[in-house]
Design a protein around this ligand. Structure first.
Ligand code: PLP
Length: 396
């Protein structure tokens, strides 16, 4: 008989030749547990998803309660489904007034796709600007926006009319013109190895969009839901987007995403032609119920309050001659080393000691630190101790 690991390799499609192959039996709070009972502290939150920790009891209860009422009823946008309505109302109540209309989808990439269509349709323009080293998802439209040729080259032709500018480079903003439907930008670049833009740049970007009638799409799929210490990343820069993209940390571990705008912009999807953007499962009632519970936990427990202090603790404890720089904001951090071999070694060492860390799509010489926001000082201390131990024992 084949083992679960062999069956995984045989029957489950693979995305790389070297999957991690951890066999997890259950997860709770900061930890994953394998069959032998070994615990792993999750320092990446399942890639910026489990912001309130794994299987938060309020989220699990909301899922059970909704499962007892109904699951899928019909395609998105037809019936008045109370989990969608309540979640959308809560989101609009905490977002700026101009972000009042929520279009629920299933994932981050779908949020990107919807936003691209919305911007083209609303402005009547076709050019979209993205940034070098960006990541907005893996579907063909989202892939067309990816600022890294390595991942795109095998899939051409991709979407035409996309122009790339340098992230955080003021002079490149001149390329945004009255032909540009939208610029899509991560509020803090994630897969580039966590690059925080200057507030001056973000404000100049907002201004340039206003001058040219270009919609500003902020991708907060990684930076949302408290990760940077603010509820949403744009609050760090004193700007507001025209379209906001959310996913990942939105569902408390359930699949959901959204693109959010004002009612005037969003209304273009409903006419000429009707059904301008449709999805069967978008805003699934169980995901929306989980998402609402997740958001209530963040707000009621004020989970983003201590995030800046926790960032400082990581920076305080992670002092080592091999660490070139620690970048980031809040609990979206990147430890810059020198080589991939170092990153791989540290990651494997940490995994052996029960700590999960990872690296980035466009920056494999840096380590990703993005734990659940509930991480304690003791856990930060322990995790940093093991990372330093790993760096001490690395032999090039
Ligand atoms: N945008 C950003 C900034 C992301 O980090 C990701 C995923 O890593 C996506 C979009 C795509 O989200 P998904 O994997 O849910 O399609």
């Amino acid at each position: 008989m084949l083992s679960p690991r062999q069956l995984f390799l045989l029957n489950t499609a693979q995305t790389s030749p070297f999957p991690r192959l951890l066999e997890i039996e259950r997860a709770e709070g900061m930890y994953l547990y394998d069959h032998s009972g070994k615990s792993y502290m999750d320092l990446v939150s399942g890639f910026a998803v489990s912001n309130i920790g794994h299987r938060h009891p309020r989220v699990v209860q909301a899922i059970k309660d909704q499962a007892d009422k109904y699951l899928h009823l019909t395609v998105y946008g037809e019936y008045v489904q109370s989990p969608q309505v309540k979640f959308a109302e809560k989101l609009s109540s905490i977002l700026p007034d101009s972000l009042s209309s929520v279009y629920f989808v299933n994932s981050g990439a779908e949020a990107t796709e919807g936003a691209m269509k919305l911007a083209k349709r609303f402005t009547g323009r076709s050019e979209i600007i993205a940034c070098k080293n960006s990541y907005h998802g893996s579907t063909q439209g989202a892939l067309s926006l990816m600022g890294n040729e390595y991942y795109k080259q095998a899939y051409r032709p991709l979407l035409p009319g996309i122009r790339f500018i340098e992230f955080n480079e003021l002079t490149d903003l001149e390329q945004i013109s009255s032909d540009t439907a939208a610029i899509i930008i991560e509020t803090i670049q994630g897969e580039a190895g966590v690059r925080v833009p200057d507030a001056e740049y973000m404000q100049a970007l907002r201004k340039r969009c206003d001058q040219t009638g270009t919609l500003l799409i902020l991708d907060e799929i990684q930076t949302g839901f408290g990760r940077t210490g603010k509820l949403f990343g744009f609050e760090n820069f004193n700007i507001k987007p025209d379209i906001l993209l959310l996913a990942k940390g939105m569902g408390g571990g359930m699949p959901i995403g959204a693109f959010i705008s004002n009612n005037e912009i969003m209304s273009v999807l409903k006419a000429n032609p009707i059904l301008g953007h449709i999805t069967t499962f978008g805003g699934h009632p169980v995901s929306c119920a989980a998402g609402l519970a997740n958001l209530e936990v963040i707000l009621e427990e004020n989970l983003n309050k201590d995030v800046a202090d926790k960032e400082s603790l990581f920076k305080k404890y992670l002092q080592h001659p091999e660490i070139k720089e620690i970048r980031g904001k809040g609990l979206m951090l990147s430890i810059q080393l020198s080589t991939f071999s170092q990153v791989e070694y540290v990651s494997n060492y940490c995994s052996g000691k029960g700590i999960i860390i990872d690296w980035f799509l466009h920056c494999d010489t840096a380590m990703r630190i993005a734990p659940p926001l509930i991480i304690s000082e003791e856990e930060i201390k322990l995790a940093c101790k093991i990372i330093l131990e790993a760096l001490d024992s690395y032999l090039p």
